[in-house]
Write a protein that binds this ligand. Structure first.
Ligand code: NDP
Ligand code: PYC
Length: 344
């Protein structure tokens, strides 16, 4: 660890140091080794890829949720084999990562056998980005989608009262000899974590991210968080997509909506608790994967995007990853101090 002299308010850490710090903080706050390791992996990966809203910052929220006694730090996930194409994992009110680690292996097996398969994770506290999951599935040669609700912080298009979660949608597509094609975004104009980071830094948010308690557009992150509402991206389109996420990763899999999750939180300010749906497609069963034709058509599409100077989603992330692997990365000193305080 090294303090950057030109940016005295930042601290440089390596990926291994963040992983170790995360394990230490989570274990100190009562989490089992298996959960702490599974969570440390996604937190270190988030920071490595410069996804600041889902990196080291998340240690504050996860620990707060542990200390409030909301989440189990030790419950082992239980797998329910529902059908040849469906596996459910009951996270038993622990965080989602260990449930994904266990369930995703069964998901891959089922997708390879049947062609398309779904993993439903139930009763999980969910704080993480979804790209680590679809990226891993793409590395196994599968196309994949992941959806999850959150807390009801977001107003539907045309309204001003929160009813929807920030509800991310992620997609991964396997590519030969390259990073997979991956996108992962909240269906709100920005993730809640981005607004929280602006609030911590005392900076304004772009107009269009949220409204204040009177339903008026605001650049003040605190006004959005305290009594206001976040907005969906793309107006009614984001609103409908977000509603789809609520339905597919909520009632369809026997789990909570973002409204239910916020009610369950009961003012504790903890991580949302609900379900997650992950669907995997094995290209071989759909006729793709037989070589040149279809995979090449997908590659021509990617080239048509990048040849004109547009970038593929995740490209920034992959570049950050390469940089972080050799140089480490900087996090704000204030965040580092707040995380160290969790060891007391
Ligand atoms: P962003 O708007 O930052 O990015 C969304 C996606 O768009 C990324 O794949 C990003 O790639 C890509 N992208 C961004 N700019 C461009 C561009 N100019 N051209 C092409 N692609 C681009 O993300 P959000 O704020 O919406 O979400 C951040 C994270 O928050 C997500 O990982 C999401 O899973 C997580 N989240 C988790 C929730 C939960 O309940 N667990 C709830 C809500 C969000 P790149 O990364 O390379 O920039
Ligand atoms: O950033 O919107 C968010 C979020 C919600 C739950 C985890 N991250």
């Amino acid at each position: 660890m090294l303090v950057n002299s030109s940016m005295t308010e930042s601290v440089r850490l390596s990926i291994a140091e963040v992983h170790e710090l995360a394990v230490r903080v989570l274990s100190h706050n009562g989490m089992s080794e298996a959960h702490a390791n599974a969570i440390a992996k996604v937190i270190a990966a988030g920071q490595r890829d410069e996804c600041h809203s889902h990196g080291v910052y998340r240690l504050l929220v996860t620990t707060h949720t542990l200390r409030k006694g909301k989440v189990s730090g030790t419950a082992e996930p239980v797998v329910h084999d529902r059908s040849p194409a469906i596996v459910a994992v009951d996270a038993r009110f622990a965080f989602s990562q260990l449930a994904f680690e266990v369930g995703s292996k069964v998901l891959v097996e089922k997708a390879r056998n049947v062609g398309i398969a779904a993993l439903a994770i139930n009763n999980c506290f969910h704080f993480s980005a979804l790209w680590p999951e679809v990226e891993w599935l793409a590395e196994q040669g599968l196309a994949a989608m992941a959806l999850t609700p959150s807390h009801a912080w977001v107003a539907p298009a045309g309204g001003s009262r929160p009813a929807l979660g920030t509800n991310p949608v992620a997609f991964g597509w396997p590519r030969q000899g390259d990073f997979p094609y991956v996108f992962d975004f909240a269906t709100s104009a920005a993730a809640r974590g981005e607004i929280e980071l602006h609030r911590r830094a005392g900076t304004e948010i772009p107009l269009g991210w949220g409204v204040d308690a009177s339903g008026l557009p605001t650049a003040d992150p605190s006004a959005v968080v305290n009594g206001g509402a976040m907005l969906t991206f793309g107006g009614h389109k984001g609103s409908a997509l977000s509603t789809m996420v609520e339905l597919l990763a909520g009632p369809l899999i026997g789990d909570l909506t973002s409204l239910d999750s916020l009610a369950l939180d009961d003012g504790a300010g903890g991580t949302p608790c609900h379900g997650e749906l992950i669907v995997a497609f094995d290209p071989k069963h759909f006729g793709l994967g037989d070589g040149p034709g279809d995979a090449a058509r997908a590659e021509r599409l990617f080239s048509a995007i990048t040849d004109q100077g547009a970038r593929l989603p995740s490209q920034r992330r992959f570049e950050a990853r390469t940089r972080s692997q050799s140089e480490g990365f900087f996090i704000p000193q204030a965040l580092y101090s707040d995380v160290l305080a969790l060891l007391r």
